[in-house]
Design a protein around this ligand. Structure first.
Ligand SMILES: [Ca+2]
Ligand SMILES: [Ca+2]
Ligand SMILES: [Ca+2]
Ligand SMILES: [Ca+2]
Length: 393
């Protein structure tokens, strides 16, 4: 009997691990709430609630300044959350800029929903055609919540902006996160929390760094593309959920190179349908190993390029339910000018730098193909060997 238990336990754990790995983690699709709900009751408070941005928000007449579950339009089922607001024409204080901090602070239903900062946040947004363009930014509170995803994670901790590299004004306020321009259609908005840029908003732990592994979806920040566009703005939100993300790892061989590979940045592009969906600069370890963190589920073509090496594209890498390993490439040397071909142009660049060492007027680090800190016949030999080679597109 004991043997049987030892055999079945790992099997059961394996099944559970697989089930969890493939999951998304729902927060809400708004179907469980009455429509229309009381304004500001479900997940997000009414627009003027936050003292940070209330000074910018027109509080009358209705339907401005409302946040309600409605049945106008829905991504899932029949319900979504509609947010209406209008900015006041009053000039913002010196050094400030209009924006809306739409906060979840102690809402009646779904207050302060907990996020696992190791996963992505995804939701859907629908913008009617007469609403002006805006940026949306995620604001998270570093509560160190122990609640499950979507559970009340509390209101204690600093707030960081995720997804914005630019913040207008000295507030700091009006973050420029993801620009939303599509109209009259549902669009997917993803904040890949582990790798989004972080900007300080407010509170003692707000420092541009996520220090905890869990916290709270404190706000969505809406910043008008044109700071002087007052609205009205109408935005529908639906299907808040978290999506597990995974690492992709492998090895990059920088061919014909005896230098320090840890000092050679490798640019990697994740492409889908011919579009670059993410760019990252990889740092290799001494053995050429790399890791791309927090990749969203999907199938990718992954492109690798380093300064004087040709690009290699690995097609059809599928990320789903587990980390991907063994995406290995070997890059051909000799592309001194970086145009992804080894041609006479590279030969010309090598001749121009021939004999140079670091500090010389004609030193060109990219012409030192073998990385021995001198441009010599050895580099010339590498170029000749690979002459005519063309990298992947
Ligand atoms: Ca719905
Ligand atoms: Ca922080
Ligand atoms: Ca070239
Ligand atoms: Ca050399």
């Amino acid at each position: 009997m004991k043997i049987a238990r030892f055999l079945t336990t790992p099997l059961l754990l394996g099944v559970l691990a697989t089930a969890v790995a493939a999951q998304t983690f729902p927060i809400t699709n708004f179907e469980a709430y009455p429509a229309p709900s009381a304004s500001g009751a479900v997940m997000f408070r009414h627009p003027s609630f936050s003292g940070s941005t209330g000074l910018y928000i027109d509080t009358s007449p209705a339907p401005n300044n409302t946040s309600q579950v409605v049945t106008d339009v829905a991504f899932s089922g029949t319900k979504s959350l509609r947010v209406n607001w209008r900015f006041l024409s009053t000039d913002p204080p010196t050094g400030r800029s209009r924006w809306l901090r739409l906060t979840t602070f102690n809402a009646t239903d779904l207050p302060n929903p907990t996020l696992d900062f190791g996963h992505a946040l995804r939701f859907r947004i629908y913008v009617p055609s007469d609403t002006p363009d805006f940026y949306v930014t995620l604001g998270v509170r570093e509560t160190n919540s122990t609640a499950p995803i979507g559970g009340n994670g509390g209101t204690t901790g600093g707030i960081e902006f995720l997804g914005a590299t630019v913040v207008r004004g000295t507030g700091p306020d009006a973050p420029e996160g993801k620009l939303i321009t599509a109209k009259n259609q549902w669009v997917e908005v993803v904040f890949n929390i582990p790798v989004e840029p972080v900007r300080r908003f407010a509170g003692t732990t707000a420092n541009g760094i996520l220090e905890v592994s869990r916290g709270v979806l404190e706000q969505l920040a809406f910043t008008p593309l044109d700071p002087n566009t007052l609205g009205p703005y109408v935005v529908y939100l639906d299907d808040f959920e978290q999506v597990a993300v995974w690492s992709v790892s492998g090895n990059v061989v920088l061919k014909d190179f005896d230098g320090d590979v840890t000092q050679v940045p490798v640019t990697v592009e994740l492409r889908q349908g011919g579009n670059v969906v993410r760019t990252a600069i990889l740092s290799l370890d001494a053995n050429g190993n790399y890791t791309i963190p927090a990749v969203l589920p999907g199938t990718y073509d992954i492109a690798f390029k380093a300064s004087h090496w040709l690009r290699v594209v690995v097609s059809g890498v599928t990320v789903e339910g587990s980390n991907v390993t063994g995406v290995n490439v070997a890059l051909t040397n000799g592309d001194i000018d970086g145009d992804n071909e080894v041609t006479l142009l590279d030969f010309g660049a090598l001749v121009a730098a021939f004999g140079a060492m670091p500090g010389d007027a004609n030193w060109n680090a990219s012409a030192d193909l073998d990385g021995d800190m001198e441009v010599t016949l050895l580099d010339f030999g590498i170029l000749v060997q690979n002459f005519g080679a063309v990298g992947d597109e």
